[in-house]
Ligand binder design. Structure first.
Ligand SMILES: Nc1nc2c(ncn2[C@@H]2O[C@H](COP(=O)(O)OP(=O)(O)OP(=O)(O)O)[C@@H](O)[C@H]2O)c(=O)[nH]1
Ligand SMILES: [Zn+2]
Length: 386
């Protein structure tokens, strides 16, 4: 495979000769922007090419792959399936250490239905998945493909076809190409968020209110901060870091405590000296609404919240609370009284420069239907309910 350097793959080459010195390099996409393109392609069902130390592979996500594209991929070489260690465990494989990814050969007769079953996409169909003999430990390409899928709220299972001819194919077909390590490094770094708009909003809880909308620099999902009442930002501010729950916040689901927690937090702010609600769009602890519904179907067959996430291949909590710390900093809030039962929220805010002067317990909305959900929070996720 010829070593290839391309602005489409590596970004602009700032060390090249004088003729490139005049290129408007600021116009070229940065790593975080190329990552969003890659993610967009994979969500569409388009294959991409990932590179790792002289290796190249075509990569597509099992969930978004179509029959015609799968047939074309399988014709390109020996197709493999990459699954997270959680999904491998659900299929009956031996336990794998954190960070490891299962890499298995696709049986020659495997079709898209078989792949979807292995990926966990037919949990409620009664189909029985089977253990897959691993080929070897997954490479950086397998890891990048499954980690990126989790961040895109897609089942973390990928079809991977190693390429002998390198990324030339990608360039002639117009496929997006990226280095695997750049995918994982960029994901780990997280995105910076800036405030894009603010406006007053009178609310049922408080006539005085203001909404601030934040957008990540990579063009991803927006989040909001809601001032309830008129908090004095020079004093410790009552803050709720709330993750979106469409079913609980909007539909009044009895399966969780999110809706009552949201309303209790706003009532406490309105009834006191005001406060700030950070509403983070991290539905289903980051797995998204579609997967949360898959998890709910699995919970009806006996799994708890954590087991259901893992059965689908996801980590049990994918939320990035660094976003909350950034939003507080942009609002000029340094000291907070944090309304939560989750010590991880306190820990991450503290590690990212927020002075959490007090954890304020927030218990509301216990129902017979959410008893097991709350028990699992206490037993497996470290929540404090005392
Ligand atoms: N994956 C998954 N997510 C769920 C389930 N039930 C609720 N959620 C999500 O869990 C999150 C709960 O968010 P929070 O209430 O902010 O957080 P918390 O970690 O419970 O901590 P607290 O601050 O103590 O409430 C929301 O994103 C919900 O959508 C479930 O069964 N499975
Ligand atoms: Zn909820």
């Amino acid at each position: 495979m010829r070593p290839l350097r391309s602005a489409a793959i590596d970004g602009p080459d700032l060390t090249a000769g004088p003729e490139t010195a005049t290129l408007p390099v600021a116009l070229a996409p940065r790593a975080s922007e190329r990552l969003m393109r890659l993610k967009g392609d994979l969500r569409l069902g388009l294959p991409v090419i990932l590179l790792d130390h002289g290796e190249a592979a075509l990569v597509a996500w099992a969930e978004t792959l179509t029959e015609d594209r799968f047939a074309a991929l399988a014709a390109m070489g020996r197709a493999e399936l990459a699954l997270t260690r959680h999904r491998a465990r659900a299929l009956g494989s031996i336990a794998m250490p954190p960070g490891d990814v299962l890499r298995a050969a696709l049986p020659p007769t495997a079709g898209l239905d078989w792949i979807t079953t292995q990926a966990g996409g037919v949990a409620d169909s009664g189909a029985t998945p089977c253990p897959l003999p691993p080929l070897a430990s997954g490479s950086a390409i397998h890891r990048a493909a499954t980690t990126l899928a989790q961040s895109a709220q897609v089942l973390p299972a990928a079809v991977i076809v190693p390429l002998r001819e390198g990324p030339d194919l990608a360039l002639s077909l117009g496929l997006t190409v990226m280095q695997a390590h750049e995918v994982t490094d960029t994901l780990a770094a997280g995105a910076h968020h800036d405030r894009v708009s603010s406006a007053p909003l009178p609310m049922a809880a408080s006539d005085a209110g203001r909404v601030h909308v934040f957008r990540p620099e990579d063009g991803g999902i927006e989040h909001s901060a809601i001032e309830v009442g008129t908090p004095d930002l020079s004093q410790p501010v009552l803050v709720r870091l709330h993750s979106a729950c469409f079913t609980g916040d909007v539909l009044g689901s009895l399966k969780c405590d999110c809706g009552p927690q949201l309303h209790a937090a706003m009532a406490a702010m309105a009834g006191g000296d005001g406060g700030v609600l950070l509403y983070l769009n991290q539905e289903g602890r980051g797995i998204g609404l579609a997967n949360k519904m898959r998890a709910y179907a699995l919970q009806d067959s006996g799994l708890d919240t954590v087991e259901a996430n893992q059965w689908l291949g996801f980590d049990d909590d994918l939320r990035d609370f660094r976003t909350g710390a950034q939003m507080l900093a942009r609002l000029g809030i340094q000291r907070v009284r944090l309304m939560t039962n989750n010590p991880r929220k306190v820990d991450i805010l503290t590690r990212h420069g927020v002075d959490v002067v007090e954890r304020v317990p927030l218990q509301a909305g216990r129902t017979p239907q959410n008893e097991r959900y709350l028990a699992t929070k206490a037993a497996k996720s470290g929540h404090i309910f005392t």
